[in-house]
Design a protein. Structure first.
Length: 280
C-alpha cells in the first residue's frame, strides 16, 4: 500500500523496479516512481521512450513484466488518453459523451463544461468540435469522476501555442481549486516547465528527475533534448527567479549561463540514474 512521499503527503501511486516488455522488447526497465496528493508531475522524453507505457502501467492498462505498482485503496482516476478517435458518422453529442461510461446529471455535465471553459456545448456534435474544444471536453469528462489524480497523455497534441498555454493554465487552476494530483506526458517543454512541480526525464529508464530548474540543467536532459532547449528553459528560470517592473523585448537569456549558476534554492535536487548498456 502506498505510504507517504518525502514531503509528508500521501502517495497515490508508486512503482518500484517497474519493467514492461512488448514481446521480446523491453520498453521500460527498472523504473521507480511515486506521485503524491496534489502534486503535478510531468514525464518528458523522446519518441519511443516509454512515456505512454509508463502511464498505462501505473493505472493498470499495461502489465508489468517485473517490479510492482501500488495504488491507494479506492483511488479515483481521471484519464485523458493521447488519442481518441470517434466515428464522425455517429451522432454523438457532447452531452451524451459526458455520460460515457457513467451517467452524469445535466447539472454536473453543465458544471464540468463551465469549469473547463466551454460552457453550453452540450448539444454540439463531438465531430464538430475544434481541437481545443475536444481536449477540454475530454478533461471535463475526466473531472466528472471527481478524481484524486488526473492522468493526461500528451493532452495538447495538435493544439496551437496559445491553446497549449491556455490548457496548462487550466490544469493549474483545477489543481488549485480541487487539490487533484496531475500526472502528464508532454512535449511542450517551453510551457510545461512553468506548470509542474516535478519533472521525470524518461528514456526507457529514468534518466533524471527533480524540479524543472534542476532537470533542465542536468546533463542527461541536455543529452536527450539538446542545448537548443536552453533558451526556452532559461525563460522559465528568468520569469520565476526574478521580479521585474518592465518587459524584455529581446530574446530570452540563460541566467545559468550568464551568471555561471542556475539559481538553485532550498531543497532543489535531482536524481540522476546511470545504466550500462543500451535500452530498447
Amino acid at each position: 500500500m502506498p505510504g507517504l512521499c518525502g514531503g509528508g503527503q500521501m502517495t497515490l501511486i508508486a512503482a518500484r523496479g517497474l519493467t514492461v516488455r512488448h514481446g521480446g522488447q523491453t520498453v521500460l526497465a527498472g523504473v521507480d516512481f511515486a506521485i503524491a496528493k496534489g502534486e503535478i508531475v510531468t514525464v518528458v522524453g523522446p519518441n519511443g521512450s516509454g512515456k505512454s507505457t509508463l502511464l498505462k502501467a501505473l493505472i493498470g492498462l499495461e502489465k508489468a513484466a517485473e517490479g510492482q505498482v501500488t495504488r491507494a485503496p479506492g483511488l479515483r482516476i481521471g484519464y485523458v488518453p493521447q488519442r481518441l478517435h470517434l466515428d464522425p458518422r455517429l451522432p454523438m453529442t457532447v452531452r451524451r459523451f459526458l455520460s460515457l461510461p457513467a451517467r452524469a446529471s445535466d447539472a454536473d455535465a453543465a458544471a464540468a463544461l463551465t469549469r473547463v471553459g466551454v460552457p453550453g456545448l452540450e448539444a454540439r456534435a463531438m465531430s464538430a468540435l475544434s481541437g481545443g474544444q475536444f481536449q477540454r471536453v475530454l478533461l471535463a469528462r475526466a473531472l466528472l469522476a471527481r478524481p484524486e489524480i488526473l492522468i493526461l497523455d500528451e493532452p495538447t497534441q495538435g493544439l496551437d501555442q496559445p491553446g497549449v498555454a491556455a490548457f496548462y493554465r487550466l490544469i493549474e487552476e483545477v489543481r488549485g481549486e480541487t487539490g487533484v494530483a496531475v500526472l502528464m506526458v508532454s512535449h511542450d517543454l517551453h510551457v510545461v516547465m512553468s506548470a509542474t512541480d516535478r519533472v521525470v526525464c524518461l528514456n526507457g529508464h529514468v534518466c533524471c528527475e527533480g524540479t524543472p530548474r534542476v532537470v533542465s540543467a542536468a546533463p542527461e536532459y541536455r543529452a536527450l533534448f539538446g542545448l537548443g532547449t536552453g533558451g526556452a528553459l532559461a525563460l522559465y528560470r528568468h520569469v520565476h527567479d526574478h521580479d521585474h517592473d518592465h518587459q524584455h523585448d529581446g530574446p530570452a537569456h540563460d541566467h545559468a549561463r550568464d551568471h555561471g549558476h542556475a539559481h538553485a534554492h532550498g531543497g532543489d535536487h535531482a536524481h540522476s540514474h546511470h545504466h550500462e548498456g543500451t535500452n530498447a
